[in-house]
Each structure stands twice: as structure tokens, then as C-alpha cells.
Design a protein around this ligand. Structure first.
Ligand code: UFG
Length: 334
């Protein structure tokens, strides 16, 4: 079995590469290293540096390699940035996916597992969110993910390319060995920011609004450990390998934690003081996002094993404390 991983140098993609290689799968990685890190790529993976929008490059890789299935993580993924730069998001995420599907069609490759997002729902009609609820994205990013899902649907009907779309909730944590983890420049995600404050790399964390309609006034999110998330991709591939039809699944923990609860849990896990300030709400943040992942449990047999917030934070801490500058080597650690 050989899997082409697009975006295999990024945070989530690199974890997929490691877990596929753990189970003896041959892995080919494509990444343009725009946000990914060369050092995150598993040494046993075959690496091609290039852009998925470059059809000549893509045809070259497909011609050179024998590929059984694709895992597609190559996308821009910041909600706020997508509001500022919608055309960049449509180009990279939507057009990039079109090129990929064109090449898959040409080379008769019929299986793809790809990252979708809770952002496809927008402000949810209810929680926990099930896959049949209405999708009304509140950002260009969410819109691109929904468009990608729709393009996949029509390519299945026309060309028989079967897909599994995985709608991620809040992915966090790191590989349990601590050799790869999360490193975004600049960092915008809650867990790494809290841990950077715990490490003294930031003087404080700003809570984006404490006047939401929740028990402590801060936003509630559903956090899923990155290793459990990848396990769902591997099960999704099994589903396609067994002839299963195209499906969409939520991936979350069915549980919500507030920003304040996350900070408190990080304080307990790390034993460090974390200084907190309260700021304005961040535009576009829904107050509560909690997944129902019953469908993934029922159809894929998915059972997250590392998704407690303590384990998520412990694994993330293991990575951040040992790699305070992420993948940057030329900076002396504090
Ligand atoms: N937050 C803060 N302070 C910070 C950073 C975040 O209070 O410095 C809060 C946010 O307001 C939010 C929560 O922490 O309530 C989580 O924020 P993240 O930025 O970590 O994650 P989001 O929920 O905004 O985004 C995640 C994924 C996106 C995806 C989105 C779906 O990162 O890719 O869920 O809604 F689109």
C-alpha cells in the first residue's frame, strides 16, 4: 500500500506520515514548504517539493510513483487570514483541489481522504453538531472546505473517485514521542499560545472575550488529539479500500471546554504560572462548537484513546518544552 500525502510537512500532515509509516505503508509526500517544515518530514518518506496547483509537477509525481490513495492536507487554514485574503484561499484550497482531482482522474486513482473542517457549519444551529445539520460557513476558509467537499461529490458521480471528508474540530497535541508537533508562524491557536505563555515566551495569553453566553463567559471548543485524528484517516482509508462509499464525518470528542478551562488545565499539567488578560472578542468566533462523532464511531469504528485535555496538553507540552523554537534550529533555546 502506498499513500500520497499532500501537505505532509505541515502539523497534521506530518503526523499522518509518521502514523502511516508506523504501519508499514509506503508514503510519498508533496509539500511546497510554504507553511510546512522540512524537518517535520519523516526520513523514510519520499519527498517532492512543489505546489499542488502546478499540474506539470503533479503529473510528474504521479508518473514517477505508484500510488494507491491520497491523503489531502495541503491547504491554507486560518479563519481570520481567509477574511483578509479570500482569493488566496480559493486559489490554494479550491483550485489546488481541482488540479489534484484532474490528475487523479488522468491516472485513474479513485480514493481520497481529505481535511474538511467544523468551519463548514458556521454558527451551528445546535450542539452537539451532527453531519446532517446545515452548513453556512462564516469565513472564506470554511467556504473553501465546503466547496472542496462539493467538488469531490460531483467527481465521485462523474468519475467514480470515492472520498472521505473529515470535518475536524479543534486539533491539538503532538506525537507522543515528542519528535514532531505544532509550529505555526505566527501562532494563532489556543493550546500552543497557552504553552508559549507557560514557557515565558509570551508575557500573557489574551482571552478573546469573556462575555459569551457560556458558564464562564469564554468560548467553548471541542479538542481532539492529533494522533486520534490521524487514526480516523487510516480507518477512513480502510473503509474506501473495502469498497465503502463516499462519506463525511465529524471528528471531535463530543465534549466542550472553555478557554478558561483550557488555561487552568495547562497550569495543572505544566505546573507553570500562566498570566492571563481579557481582550475583545475575535471576529467570527462562534460561542460553542461541539461535535457529535457518533457517525465516525458507528461506521469507521473510531475510538479516540488520547483525547483527554490532560493528555492533549501533556503531549503538546512535551513538544513545546523540548522544542521552544519549534523547527527553527538556529535560535538558542531559552
Ligand atoms: N483564543 C483565545 N486567545 C488566543 C487564541 C485563541 O482566547 O490567543 C480562543 C478563540 O477565541 C477560540 C478558542 O480559543 O474561542 C480556540 O481558538 P483557536 O484559534 O485555537 O481555534 P478556532 O476554534 O478558532 O479554529 C479551529 C481551527 C480552524 C477551524 C476552526 C473551526 O484552528 O482551522 O476551528 O471553527 F476552521
Amino acid at each position: 500500500m502506498s499513500v500520497l500525502v499532500l501537505g505532509g510537512a505541515g502539523y497534521i500532515g506530518s503526523h499522518a506520515v509518521h502514523q502511516l509509516i508506523d504501519q508499514q505503508t509506503k508514503v510519498i509526500v508533496i509539500d511546497n514548504l510554504q507553511t510546512g517544515h522540512q524537518d517535520a518530514i519523516h526520513p523514510q518518506a519520499v519527498f517532492y517539493e512543489g505546489d499542488i496547483k502546478d499540474i506539470t509537477f503533479m503529473r510528474h509525481v504521479f508518473r514517477n510513483e505508484s500510488i494507491d490513495a491520497v491523503f489531502h492536507f495541503a491547504a491554507n487554514s486560518l479563519v481570520g487570514e481567509s477574511v483578509e485574503k479570500p482569493l488566496e484561499y480559493f486559489d490554494n484550497n479550491v483550485y489546488g483541489t481541482q488540479v489534484l482531482l484532474q490528475v487523479m482522474k488522468e491516472f485513474d486513482l479513485k480514493k481520497i481522504v481529505f481535511s474538511s473542517s467544523a468551519a463548514t457549519y458556521g454558527e451551528p444551529e445546535d450542539v452537539p453538531i451532527t453531519e446532517d445539520m446545515s452548513t453556512n460557513p462564516s469565513s472564506p476558509y470554511g467556504e473553501t472546505k465546503l466547496m472542496m467537499e462539493k467538488i469531490m461529490k460531483w467527481c465521485d458521480i462523474a468519475y467514480g473517485i470515492r472520498y472521505v471528508a473529515l470535518r475536524y474540530f479543534n486539533v491539538a497535541g503532538a506525537r507522543r514521542s515528542g519528535i514532531i508537533g505544532e509550529d505555526h508562524q505566527p501562532e494563532t491557536h489556543l493550546v500552543p499560545i497557552i504553552l508559549q505563555a507557560a514557557l515565558g515566551q509570551r508575557d500573557h495569553i489574551t482571552i478573546f472575550g469573556d462575555n459569551y453566553d457560556t458558564a464562564d463567559g469564554t468560548c467553548i471548543r471541542d479538542y481532539i488529539h492529533v494522533e486520534d485524528l490521524i487514526e480516523a484517516h487510516i480507518l477512513a482509508l480502510d473503509h474506501l479500500n473495502k469498497g465503502g462509499r463516499s462519506e463525511t464525518f465529524n471528528l471531535g470528542s463530543n465534549q466542550g471546554f472553555s478557554v478558561k478551562e483550557m488555561i487552568e488545565a495547562a497550569h495543572t499539567v505544566t505546573g507553570k504560572e500562566i498570566s492571563v488578560k481579557t481582550g475583545e472578542r475575535r471576529a467570527g468566533d462562534p460561542s460553542i462548537l461541539i461535535a457529535s462523532s457518533k457517525k465516525a464511531t458507528a461506521l469507521l469504528g473510531w475510538k479516540p484513546t488520547r483525547t483527554s485535555i490532560e493528555t492533549i496538553i501533556q503531549d503538546a507540552w512535551n513538544w513545546h518544552a523540548n522544542h521552544p523554537n519549534g523547527y527553527l534550529k538556529d535560535v538558542t533555546p531559552k
